[in-house]
Unconditional design. Structure first.
Length: 367
């Protein structure tokens, strides 16, 4: 059995998962759909996310020895349970590929614009594979280290932008239809709350004994704090840039960092400050691959270490290839991610867990 995690480590992994789907995905969709009213879409999406969040807590609390993989087999039987698990594994691999694609696009457009995308993918998959073979405890430890650097860079950014906030950039409010705000909230809900389903791959028994009683409370606090971070990114981008300039840039969260200035000494440090987003992508991709490989291991009861390492290598090779070929261009990718992918997230990360929940409730009533 793997070493146990602390409740803080669970929240920190959740932080990286949500942040990785916010930059380049959810935030761009929010401002494109709801303009300056996107802040209301974010709030509403976070509130709606409480429902699946409580659902995930119930599933993790049902049996301390079960991850979502064992839970599906327990609820639906071996045949149907394995089919459901396999569908979830395939979809999470697809999700990890999209996050990896977003990372590659970000790196190639802002840092290494003359470097082949395949080389960028290989450059990142090597440390991801190393972290993957260190299993969950290794991912958690690296997350603890990266969150410290991430928060330092975050507060430097906020401090450097505070003097450039212009409240009139939010005016006039409520100029977009209510339907647009609801649409924006749906996209934020899909990308930045349903992603927490991945945490259900961790059985409750792997949470430290001293934290088992209050881990749910800690995770709830972490949930709201994480959404405060995403709100601050959206708020400062619109407040400093204004909605028109925000709509122009592909990664407005990155370009806003060019405005950071600290007492006239630290300037043009956006490339360094943006490293926190690379941390987000890195941990999120690693955890997606952990879900995939651990899901395969638990579903098919793989005991041989050599076979499991081979699966990890194969998964890493596959995601490296597909992340560079998944979309023909950025326009095609953004269209798919805006119009179709949120529906897939709802189906796999909300509808299927809800069916599992109803099945477990029915089984308990019959006992």
């Amino acid at each position: 059995m793997e070493k146990q995690l602390s409740k803080e480590q669970v929240s920190i992994i959740s932080y990286f998962l949500i942040r990785s789907c916010f930059m380049g995905l959810a935030m761009e969709m929010l401002v494109q759909i709801a303009k300056q009213d996107s802040i209301f879409g974010l709030f509403l999406g976070a509130l709606l996310g409480i429902i699946p969040f409580l659902l995930y807590q119930y599933l993790m609390n049902y049996n301390p020895n079960f991850s979502i993989m064992e839970l599906n087999i327990h609820a639906f039987g071996k045949k149907i349970g394995k089919i459901i698990n396999l569908l979830l594994i395939i979809f999470v691999f697809f999700l990890g590929t999209i996050v990896f694609w977003n990372l590659i696009i970000f790196i190639s457009s802002q840092y290494l614009y003359q470097t082949p995308t395949l080389f960028i993918a290989i450059m990142f998959i090597i440390p991801i594979f190393y972290l993957l073979i260190r299993r969950l405890k290794g991912i958690a430890r690296v997350s603890m280290i990266l969150i410290i650097f991430s928060l330092i860079l975050y507060f430097i950014s906020i401090f450097g932008l505070m003097g450039q906030v212009h409240w009139y950039n939010f005016r006039p409010l409520f100029t977009t239809p209510v339907s647009s705000i609801l649409n924006a909230s749906f996209h934020y809900f899909a990308y930045c709350t349903l992603i927490l389903f991945l945490i259900t791959i961790i059985p409750k028994k792997q949470i430290a004994q001293r934290d088992k009683k209050n881990w749910k409370t800690s995770w709830k606090i972490g949930y709201f704090l994480i959404h405060l971070f995403t709100f601050s990114a959206l708020f400062f981008t619109i407040a400093v840039f204004g909605i028109k300039m925000t709509l122009i840039y592909q990664y407005p969260e990155f370009h806003i960092l060019k405005r950071v200035s600290i007492i006239g000494v630290l300037e043009r440090i956006e490339s360094t400050l943006a490293f926190r987003w690379i941390f987000d992508f890195f941990i999120s991709i690693t955890f997606c691959l952990y879900f995939v490989t651990e899901g395969i291991k638990r579903t098919f009861q793989i005991q041989k270490d050599k076979l499991f390492i081979f699966i990890q290598i194969l998964v890493c090779i596959m995601i490296t290839y597909f992340s560079t070929t998944i979309f023909a261009n950025n326009t095609e990718g953004f269209y798919f991610l805006t119009n179709y992918f949120p529906l897939l997230l709802v189906f796999f990360f909300l509808v299927i867990p809800s069916i599992t929940y109803l099945r477990l409730i029915t089984m308990r009533k019959k006992m």
